[in-house]
Design a protein around this ligand. Structure first.
Ligand SMILES: [Zn+2]
Length: 238
């Protein structure tokens, strides 16, 4: 039996047998890892914290026949604030959900891991909706599904003040209404996405954030077939 140590974020815990759970961890060193954790549903279990949502810890995993079991964990950060506010909770669950959809087992992606940790940390004290939009744009880009927030991809015209435009799911880019194909999108959505990506555009309304998140949800589902229940809930909540 070999032991490995990883710095990881707890993305998902599923009940298993009477007292155990199966964890989906995102590690800096080895990408996504599935690991069992024993006895954590019993009262007073020593490792209970390690199966909590968003736990960021150094996990020690025992490996046998390609299966991992958590044997020890020491917590680096609990992101406690994310578990005490319902909006922040669902926004943070949406971060984990997107990370599950965009990472693979055995394929270390330390950039997506770092994005997740940074995002959860900013959500604790900041605007979780805008932070979530910025996170989704970043991880989509790192996964090869970047959303282009430049000018119209066909004619090169600026779109920041266009009334009507389109978003093409295949290319991940915006264009003028008359320049290409794709579903209609509003300049509000486009400008909020740009703002979350570092191009401030004046006042950002909650309705605008909601529209931007809806577009990102449809796009992520289109690219990955992932079920984005938490993102869906969060959009309904805000
Ligand atoms: Zn155009």
């Amino acid at each position: 039996m070999d032991n490995i140590k990883v710095n990881a974020l707890m993305l998902r815990a599923t009940d298993y047998l009477e007292n155990d759970k199966i964890l989906t961890l995102l590690s800096a060193e080895r990408g996504k890892i599935t690991a069992g954790i024993k006895g954590v549903k019993k009262a007073g279990a020593k490792l209970k914290f390690a199966a909590q949502p968003f736990c960021f810890a150094e996990y020690v995993l025992a490996e046998r026949g390609g299966r991992y079991t958590v044997t020890q964990a020491s917590e680096s950060e609990s992101f406690y604030e994310l578990r005490t506010d319902v909006n922040k909770f669902y926004a943070a669950c949406a971060v984990c959900e997107a990370a599950i959809a965009l990472t693979y087992e055995g394929d270390g992606n330390s950039e997506i891991f770092a994005d997740c940790v940074r995002t959860l940390s900013s959500m604790c004290g900041g605007d979780e909706a805008l932070t979530l939009i910025g996170f989704l744009l970043s991880v989509l880009r790192r996964s090869g599904y970047g959303v282009s927030l430049e000018n119209c991809f066909a004619c090169g015209s600026g779109l920041t003040s266009a009334n009507k435009m389109r978003f093409n799911m295949d290319t991940g880019s915006f264009c003028c209404w008359n320049c290409g194909i794709g579903a209609g999108a509003s300049s509000v959505t486009y400008n909020v996405l740009r703002a979350a990506d570092g191009h401030p555009c004046g006042e950002i309304t909650t309705a605008g954030k909601k529209r931007a998140l809806k577009l990102l949800k449809e796009y992520l589902a289109y690219k990955t077939d992932a079920k984005l229940n938490s993102l869906h809930e969060f959009i309904n909540l805000i």
